[in-house]
Write a protein that binds this ligand. Structure first.
Ligand SMILES: [Zn+2]
Length: 78
């Protein structure tokens, strides 16, 4: 089953692993988002959501779970 990766910011599926997977982060080709948080679906889930018109809602719900430190680190360990 093919995996579909969705950007939590712009909801596109044009996602690549950042720098060849070296950092373990994802890169969105559409909006430039870089982060370890990404929404992952399998192909049938993706098609179901798309067909039902629920994809945006689903992604927004998931995006609420983005850890805050992912967006803006408050303190550094040094
Ligand atoms: Zn994006």
């Amino acid at each position: 089953m093919k995996r579909i990766l969705i950007c939590p910011v712009c909801k596109s599926n044009e996602i690549e692993l950042d720098t060849g997977g070296y950092t373990g982060k994802y890169y969105c080709k559409r909006c430039g988002y870089v982060g370890s948080f990404i929404i992952e679906l399998n192909e049938s889930e993706y098609k179901e959501l798309l067909k039902a018109g629920e994809l945006e809602k689903f992604v927004e719900e998931k995006a609420k779970n983005v850890p805050k430190e992912e967006k803006k680190p408050e303190k550094y360990p040094y």
